[in-house]
Design a protein around this ligand. Structure first.
Ligand code: GLP
Length: 246
C-alpha cells in the first residue's frame, strides 16, 4: 500500500523528507553504520537538495557516512556534459556536502559495456548493504528512474529507450527536443523495490493524473510506478495540486 502525505507546498515536503534523511543518518552513524541513499534527478528533488545543503551549512549535518546511488543517467553524456545527471548532482548537491567521492555512484553514460556495468552497479548496491531510503520523482509516462512503460516488476539496472513524452518533457533542460538522448541507463523496478524505504515526491497539477494512476491502477508494466503499491514502506509526498485527483 502506498501511503500519501499531503504538504502545504513543496518546500514543506522537502523539509519533511530532509528531516527523515537527517534522522536516518544520525541514527545509523551512532552505531557506526553508513546510510545508503538512492537519489533522483529532475526538477522535483531540487528543493530537497537545497534543504540538505542548508542542513549541512547551517546545522553542520555530516554526510561523511553516506553512500549514494543515483537512479539513472542519459546514454552518451559524460560527467562534464551540462545536461548529464552526474553534473546535475555535482552542482545541486554533492559539491556542497562532505560525501566522500568514492561513496558516490551514478551509472556511466559513456559505458562501452552496458550489460556488465549495469550488473556491476547492482553488485555495488548489494555490497553497500542495500538502499536504506530511495528518493523518487515520477514522470508523466509513469516512469520511476527511467523505467518507461512497459517495465516489468522484475527488471534490473539496464539500458533503456526513452519514451517520446519523456524526451519532450525533459527538452526544457536541453533547449530543443532533438538534443535529448534517446537512451539511458537506469536502476530497474526490482532494484528500486528492494530499497528498505521509498519517498516519492510529486508537485504541481501536471503530476495529478499520473499520481492518481500510480496509486489506484492495478499494478502493471504499463504504468511502472504502480509497482510501488507492492512496497511495504513507500510514501508519496505531495502538494495539493499533485494530490488533486486522489
Ligand atoms: C526524469 C528522471 C526521473 C524523474 C522524472 C520527473 O526524466 N529520469 O527520475 O523523476 O523524469 O522529472 P521532473 O522532476 O523534472 O518532473
Amino acid at each position: 500500500m502506498i501511503a500519501t502525505r499531503l504538504h502545504p507546498d513543496k518546500q514543506s515536503a522537502a523539509q519533511a523528507v530532509a528531516r527523515e534523511i537527517a534522522e536516518l543518518i544520525e541514527l545509523r552513524s551512532k552505531s557506526g553504520k553508513s546510510t545508503v541513499l538512492g537519489l533522483a534527478t529532475g526538477s522535483t528533488p531540487l528543493p530537497l537538495y537545497a534543504e540538505l545543503v542548508r542542513l549541512r551549512r547551517e546545522q553542520g549535518l555530516s554526510f561523511r557516512s553516506v553512500v549514494t546511488f543515483n537512479l539513472d543517467e542519459y546514454e552518451g553524456l559524460g560527467p562534464t556534459h551540462p545536461q548529464s545527471y552526474r553534473r546535475f548532482m555535482e552542482e545541486n548537491l554533492f559539491r556542497h556536502l562532505d560525501i566522500p567521492a568514492t561513496s558516490i555512484h551514478i551509472p556511466d553514460g559513456l559505458s562501452r559495456d552496458a550489460a556488465k556495468d549495469c550488473a556491476d552497479y547492482e553488485a555495488a548496491i548489494r555490497a553497500a548493504g542495500g538502499i536504506d531510503l530511495q528518493i523518487l520523482g515520477i514522470g508523466r509516462t509513469g516512469h520511476v528512474g527511467f523505467n518507461e512503460p512497459p517495465s516489468p516488476a522484475d527488471c534490473r539496472t539496464r539500458r533503456v529507450h526513452l519514451d517520446e513524452v519523456t524526451r519532450r518533457d525533459n527538452s526544457v533542460f536541453f533547449g530543443e527536443p532533438g538534443q535529448v538522448p534517446h537512451g539511458a541507463l537506469t536502476m530497474g523496478v526490482a532494484t528500486i523495490l528492494e530499497a528498505r524505504r521509498i519517498a516519492l515526491l510529486a508537485f504541481g497539477e501536471a503530476k495529478a493524473d499520473i499520481v492518481a494512476r500510480a496509486i489506484k491502477e492495478t499494478p502493471s508494466a504499463a504504468c511502472p510506478a504502480t509497482w510501488l503499491q507492492a512496497h511495504p514502506a513507500c510514501t508519496f509526498h505531495l502538494d495539493a495540486a499533485a494530490a488533486k485527483k486522489l
